[in-house]
Design a protein around this ligand. Sequence first.
Ligand code: ADP
Ligand code: MG
Length: 253
Amino acid sequence: MSLLHVENLGKSFGGNRAVDGIDFKVAPGELLALIGPNGAGKSTTFNMVNGQLRPDSGFVRLDGVDLVGLKPREIWQMGVSRTFQIAETFATLTVVENVQMAFLSADGHLFNLWRRAAQHRRTEAIELLAQVGLAEQADRPCSQLAYGDIKRLELAIALANQPRLLLMDEPTAGMAPAERNKLMALTRELVTQRGLAVLFTEHSMDVVFGYADRIIVLARGRLIAQGNAQDIRNHPKVQEVYFGSGKTFEARQ
Ligand code: ADP
Ligand code: MG
């Protein structure tokens, strides 16, 4: 049974067909990688799933309910989270306060109530931080966190909403390989423990092949291949798109 079902999804910007009628599904407990060269349409696909962009063809169903036309906040309330960028954490607040803010928002409170809500779900916020390995940093200001820890915090904030589907657009961008692996291992664990469905984009093939259950490949808005790491490694169309014909992923590493 799939949780997310995308069919014939399309979006043009002027004459540029950024996403050209793609179909895919994500199941609960599945970590699905969406890969493809720059400009392939990955972020546009994400933005259509979470409601930031309206598709001009196709549908996006979550557990059978069509999301097209709903606002990002409505989609978020239905259990679709996306990891936030660094700029969206509150640098002046502490780590735990950032998670409490996410709880406040999930509970339908306005951010300006913050001054009266400093104790809001603090214990739960610390439990969530413990799950991402940040409990010891709970009372430090966010501005003091190392980059890899900010990424963990972004993940905790996305989880505050108890999502069924988590979208991660380049979650490990800018991270050193060891940190990348830690973040993906953590994501893998959460997927297994919570039965979460995750759709993520990623440039590092090591990460994709190491962690994804399944991989879908976009090129110029079209879905050109899907399968497991083995299928994708050996797929002639994928090798052509990434490296020109005749070369393999291995040859580049
Ligand atoms: P990816 O995330 O795979 O790198 P994008 O989805 O960002 O690719 O972009 C796909 C194509 O759509 C690119 O040609 C890009 O220039 C174009 N594009 C993306 N967003 C916009 C936009 N808001 N306005 C115009 N063109 C856009
Ligand atoms: Mg992108």
